[in-house]
Design a protein around this ligand. Structure first.
Ligand code: ADP
Ligand code: ASP
Ligand code: MG
Length: 473
């Protein structure tokens, strides 16, 4: 019995017929050694189009959502033509795509009629990208001589019903996944499973949040006791910084689960932040690899910390954030104040990305997504209405157009000077720091800066720690 390896291919990796053929070659070669379970994202750009279509339907823009469905149809039909499948397979694939898009159109018309896009409808609509892409990938695998079958993950992954932001029930998912996939694996058929998607215990379709196919891969890895989970993408692994900002960024050989989680939480888009959770539970190694350069070793993520000669592993950035400051003498030494701040935000369903409190306890600052800023400030004004009128709280202030830069690495633990070097590199380049926080794990220093300073800040910190240099060289 071959070892099970889950291989996830992202949007660009399945973005055209040519790329889908590359995927088929990779899976065919890996299948000589492993029993591969494939997880795929929607073709690149399709989930964004689905979100737009859903929003246009809600806004009663009938022509534009219908045009978007046509764009999605053309993209998939063109890819089917270019895959050069045998005539019968191509005909049945075209029929399936048409059937799925008719179903999608029905849901969009429903949103249009009701003038309401619920989180539940949004999840259902956005799941269609993966439902389409699995069929193309499975057909291409068959053409390459690999027995393969598309599987929709509502038959595998069980989630709660917090639509748009669901979490899996791993135990229930393991049971369901085994029930669905074991018969295929027993026949040596490669399942091609939709990423991003799950279903509640009642069978209602959910999604794991944007970029969630990475998470799908490790959830399935957990359910199947996989030997490894390989995440195939368009870069050679997790890099010392976003390569779009730092073209000379270097691929990191090894990260611990905690480091990878911290990097993805603070903006390294290459991994969904929750990807590491199921893998860490069973200590399943994760390998990040590039579909365009399959021979490159990529990044390995395991439970081990690699004391690197660099105390810092990577720098990430997250934009479109706002800082909320609650300030006033009335909060100094008053127990329960922070609880009121976080309680009000929890009720308003706002998630806080960063917290900083001066030791004077005169103010507390928190960072939220820009989209949540106004709503969060309103919630805090409401909570502190009486305190504000008594002036025990002086103000609740919102500042927009900010970013968080995070400097991450296990090696900074007990290693003095990392914060100093980070701050002085920004000081020398005249970049103003709005707020600072360090996790008590000493694995991360986060700084709030103006959004426009992000490229220069990442460049200066990357240079200060000489991250482009291989620590082993
Ligand atoms: P996929 O479609 O395969 O899931 P994503 O676009 O979600 O791929 O993630 C890969 C992208 O993440 C890369 O193309 C890169 O631009 C971006 N990225 C941001 N930060 C990093 C980083 N530190 N290392 C590697 N890639 C990063
Ligand atoms: N297709 C989904 C998205 O674009 C999930 C993913 O690609 O991981 O967010
Ligand atoms: Mg992704």
């Amino acid at each position: 019995m071959k070892k099970v390896v889950v291989m996830k291919f992202g949007g660009t990796s399945v973005g055209s017929a040519e790329r889908i053929r590359d995927v088929a070659t990779i899976v065919r070669d890996a299948s000589k050694t492993y029993q591969v379970v494939v997880v795929v994202s929607a073709m690149s750009g399709v989930t964004d189009l689905l979100v737009q279509a859903a929003e246009h339907a809600e806004q009663r823009a009938q022509k534009s959502f219908r045009d978007i469905v046509d764009t999605i149809r053309h993209k998939h039909i063109a890819a089917i033509e270019s895959l050069k499948l045998d005539a019968d397979t191509a005909t049945s694939l075209r029929a399936n795509v048409t059937k799925d898009l008719d179903e999608l159109s029905g849901w969009l018309e429903g949103v249009y009629m009701l003038r309401e896009l619920t989180p539940r409808a949004r999840d259902l609509i956005t799941s269609f990208g993966e439902r389409l892409s699995v069929q193309l990938v499975a057909a291409s695998l068959v053409q390459h001589g690999v027995a393969a079958e598309p599987v929709t993950a509502n038959r595998c992954i069980v989630t709660d019903d917090k639509f748009g932001d669901t979490q899996p029930d791993l135990k229930a998912s393991a049971k369901k996944t085994k029930r669905t996939l074991s018969p295929l694996l027993a026949e040596l058929v490669t399942p091609v499973v939709t990423g991003f998607m799950g279903a509640t215990t009642k069978g209602i379709v959910t999604t794991l949040g944007r970029g969630g196919s990475d998470y799908s891969a490790t959830i399935l890895g957990y359910c199947l006791d996989a030997h490894e989970v390989w995440i195939w993408t368009d870069v050679t692994g997790v890099m010392t910084a976003d390569p779009r900002i730092i073209p000379k960024a270097r691929t990191i050989d090894h990260l611990s689960y905690d480091e990878a989680a911290e990097l993805s939480y603070f903006g390294a888009k290459v991994l969904h932040p929750f990807t590491m959770l199921p893998a860490a539970l069973k200590q399943t190694p994760i390998v990040i690899k590039n579909t365009l350069e399959p021979q490159a070793v990529g990044t390995h993520i395991t439970e081990l910390a690699t004391p690197d000669s660099h105390e810092v592993k990577a720098i990430t950035s997250m934009k479109q954030l706002s800082l909320i400051t609650v300030q006033g003498k009335g909060m100094t030494g008053v127990p329960g104040f922070a609880a009121r701040v976080f309680g009000a935000l929890a009720v308003a369903k706002v998630s806080v990305l960063f917290i900083s409190q001066a030791s004077s306890q005169y103010n507390i600052s928190l960072v939220v997504k820009r989209a949540d800023g106004k709503h969060a400030t309103d919630a805090l004004h409401e909570e502190f209405r009486r305190d504000l009128s008594r002036h025990s709280i002086e103000m609740v202030k919102l500042r927009e157009n900010l970013a968080i830069i995070a400097v991450v690495g296990e090696g900074m633990h007990g290693h003095p000077g990392v914060a100093g070097k980070t701050l002085s590199s920004l000081g020398e380049s005249n970049i103003n720091i709005v707020a600072i926080a360090q996790g008590s794990s000493e694995r991360n220093i986060s700084l709030v800066i103006d959004e426009t300073d992000v490229p220069a800040a990442v460049r200066h910190i990357h240079d200060a720690f000489k991250l482009e240099r291989d620590p082993k060289a």
